[in-house]
Structure formats: structure tokens, C-alpha cells
Design a protein around this ligand. Structure first.
Ligand code: NI
Ligand code: MN
Length: 225
């Protein structure tokens, strides 16, 4: 499995011969101007919640690629009204897709579209594949529910928000890493705006001091699972 960081909370995942885009927010991210939206391949688009910094480019990518959306019921309905096909899920549910199994997990956050309409309850995803298992936390606080994840899945990588203010910060992400029993963490949701700028050196050393690995990718950078 190859994961490419597209900036903010946007990811491109290649697994089992399929291309998956997560929470595309590229055209609105000045830091991601080296990413060409028109070149992104997508068989599926996963959406954790309806906030603008997670869905801005969903429509443009879905209409070009005919990718299938996977998200909560309300978000899939919203895009269904725009003629975009999707697979609705809700918390605690799993579905076997052709690339692997997805579970929609709890997240503590909010979820509304830019116009204020209801975007269902926010979530994250566990992705279990023959090439490895990952947790994409979405925007969330540290939550005790994370302790349920390793009871069901052995993770190879946890993708956690680390920017603080709107989500967990570094110290909470370290505890989250304990909760999900995965010491290899890819940080996301940081540096995009003033509220979530982080000190990279301090973040790296905080993880290292707990014998954990924090991966911070350049935009366009890749990591393998
Ligand atoms: Ni959000
Ligand atoms: Mn966000």
C-alpha cells in the first residue's frame, strides 16, 4: 500500500490496484499548489465529514473520474442529489470493498457543509487490506473509543490529526497512538492555516521520546505500508 500526502487531511492511497482519495482539499490549499487536481486518479473517494477543508474538491474529482464516494449516510445522500454515486455507511459498520474492508469509526468533532446544512456525524476509517491495515482518524479529539480499535484490528499505521485547536494536538496524538496500539503515526491536519501551525522538530522529538515514529511528509511525499 502506498500513501501519498496531498496536504492538510488529503491523501491518495494505492492498494490492491485501486486508487483511493481521502478528504480532497487541494484547490483551496495554497501549500498544495504543486498537486495537479486533474491528474489525480480515483476509483473511490473517502470522506470523513462534511467540513469544507475535507470536501472542497470532491465534486470535481468525482465528476471527472466517476469515483464512488464512501462516507456517512447524510454526506452520500448530499452528493447523490448532485448525481454522484456513493456507498453510505455509519458508525461501527464495515463493508468489504474490492480493495479491502472499511469500517466507519467514531470521531469527536462536528460535520456541516459550507452552507450550514447537516453533514451527519463525523467519523474516521479503518482500512484492512492484504497489504496492511491503517486507521484514518479524521478530525477528532482524543477519545476512549480508540481503545476499541486494537481489539478488532492490528494496525500497521495510524494517520492522526496533530495540528491542535480543531483536533487533537501532538500530546493527545501520542496517547491516541497508545490507545490504537500502533507506534507508527503519519501526522496530518497541520500547518494549513495559522490556527494549526506546529513546530515540526518538537513534534518529532515528542514522539521519539516515547519510542514512537512520527512521519511528516512533504506535500506530494509518499509512505509505504
Ligand atoms: Ni473538520
Ligand atoms: Mn478539518
Amino acid at each position: 500500500m502506498k500513501i501519498t500526502f496531498l496536504g492538510h487531511a488529503s491523501l491518495a492511497i494505492e492498494v490492491a490496484g485501486k486508487n483511493i482519495i481521502v478528504d480532497p482539499f487541494i484547490s483551496g490549499n495554497e501549500l498544495a499548489k504543486n498537486i495537479d487536481l486533474n491528474l489525480l486518479k480515483a476509483d473511490y473517494i473517502l470522506i470523513t465529514h462534511a467540513h469544507q477543508d475535507h470536501v472542497l474538491d470532491v465534486e470535481i474529482i468525482a465528476k471527472r473520474t466517476r469515483a464512488k464516494l464512501v462516507s456517512n449516510f447524510e454526506i452520500v445522500n448530499h452528493y447523490g442529489d448532485l448525481g454522484i454515486e456513493g456507498h453510505p455507511m455509519n458508525h461501527g459498520g464495515s463493508w468489504q470493498f474490492d480493495f479491502g474492508k472499511l469500517t466507519y469509526t467514531n470521531a469527536i468533532h462536528t460535520s456541516s457543509f459550507a452552507d450550514g446544512t447537516y453533514g451527519g456525524q463525523p467519523g474516521g476509517f479503518i482500512l484492512e487490506t492484504k497489504e496492511g491495515n491503517i486507521y484514518i482518524a479524521g478530525d477528532t479529539a482524543l477519545t476512549m473509543d480508540m481503545q476499541l480499535i486494537p481489539m478488532q484490528t492490528n494496525l500497521d499505521l495510524a494517520i492522526l490529526p496533530i495540528g491542535d485547536n480543531f483536533t487533537m494536538g501532538i500530546d493527545s496524538a501520542i496517547i491516541a497512538s497508545d490507545f490504537v496500539k500502533c507506534s507508527r503515526v503519519l501526522g496530518y491536519h497541520y500547518d494549513t492555516f495559522g490556527y494549526i501551525e506546529i513546530d515540526h522538530k518538537k513534534a518529532m522529538s515528542s514522539f521519539k521520546n516515547k519510542n514512537k515514529e512520527l512521519i511528516l511528509l512533504d506535500i506530494g511525499g509518499e509512505c509505504l505500508v
